[in-house]
Design a protein. Structure first.
Length: 254
């Protein structure tokens, strides 16, 4: 019997002690995003396809290379804060890239991936992007697996001060927004990343802003289907794994 692929959600939520935990008690999983991501798996019908591992990298938990698929989440911390746990994530990203295994980066994960691959992340002079907002897909984005099932009117959750202002060499821009020239990227090698949050819920995003700027919490509305983008990535990862296993099976039994 073939073992299930190991899927890791790597949380980099915030630097310990930099936020008020009491703000999160009414949100599923509280400040532990790995629980929320498990709920996404359960609701998508994909939970039985993977062995799930949740890793809280911002709390010093070790990140392994033994996963088969990974999702790197967002963060209150800027990539420029240079916390020790952020440096560990960047070391892991460099090593993970060499494995050729699939990775999806979200918000801060999108920025970390872009920096490691040679891009640049800067502060938005216009201020933060906040709310349930659509993106403009590029020609490449319209036919990309990540946007399968989405339209030009589809909305996603945004909440970022920084953004990728220079894409890494070779990366293909899949979507933009005003003031966000690289809202979604395909980095090649089954690596994709997005500035927005398709994995989360409006209550979690509103709670993020309850401490930073309560008025901004009102900018979020319910989006019933944005998690489909994460599902698209996971289904693509399963297909890529099957395709890579096929030549090995031929060699072993040829």
């Amino acid at each position: 019997m073939t073992a299930k692929p190991r899927l890791a959600y790597i949380a980099q939520f915030a630097h310990p002690g930099s936020y008020d935990k009491s703000k999160w008690v009414r949100v599923l999983g509280g400040d532990d995003e790995t629980i929320g991501f498990k709920a996404l798996l359960d609701s998508s019908g994909l939970a039985d396809e993977f062995e799930y591992v949740g890793v809280s990298a911002h709390e010093g938990e070790d990140i392994s290379l033994d996963y088969d698929v990974a999702v790197l989440g967002g963060s209150f911390a800027s990539v420029h804060d240079d916390y020790p746990w952020q440096r560990e994530i960047q070391k892991w990203l460099t090593a993970w890239r060499r494995t050729g295994k699939p990775l999806m980066g979200i918000c801060g994960g999108h920025q970390q991936m872009s920096v490691v691959l040679g891009g640049h992340v800067g502060k938005r002079p216009e201020g933060p992007v906040v709310g349930s907002l659509p993106v403009t897909r590029t020609e490449a984005g319209r036919s990309h697996f990540l946007f399968r099932g989405f339209t030009d009117d589809s909305q996603f959750f945004f909440g970022n001060f920084d953004h990728v202002d220079i894409a890494p060499p070779g990366a293909v821009t899949l979507a933009t927004r005003p003031g966000l020239p690289h809202a979604a990227l395909d980095h090649g090698g089954n690596w994709v990343s997005v500035q927005f949050h398709p994995e989360t819920t409006c209550d979690r995003m509103a709670t993020c802003w309850a401490e930073l700027d309560p008025e901004q919490s009102r900018c979020y509305s319910f989006i019933p289907d944005c998690q489909g983008m994460v599902e698209n990535f996971l289904r693509h990862a399963l297909t890529a794994r099957c395709e890579s296993a096929a030549p090995r099976a031929i060699l072993q039994h040829g």
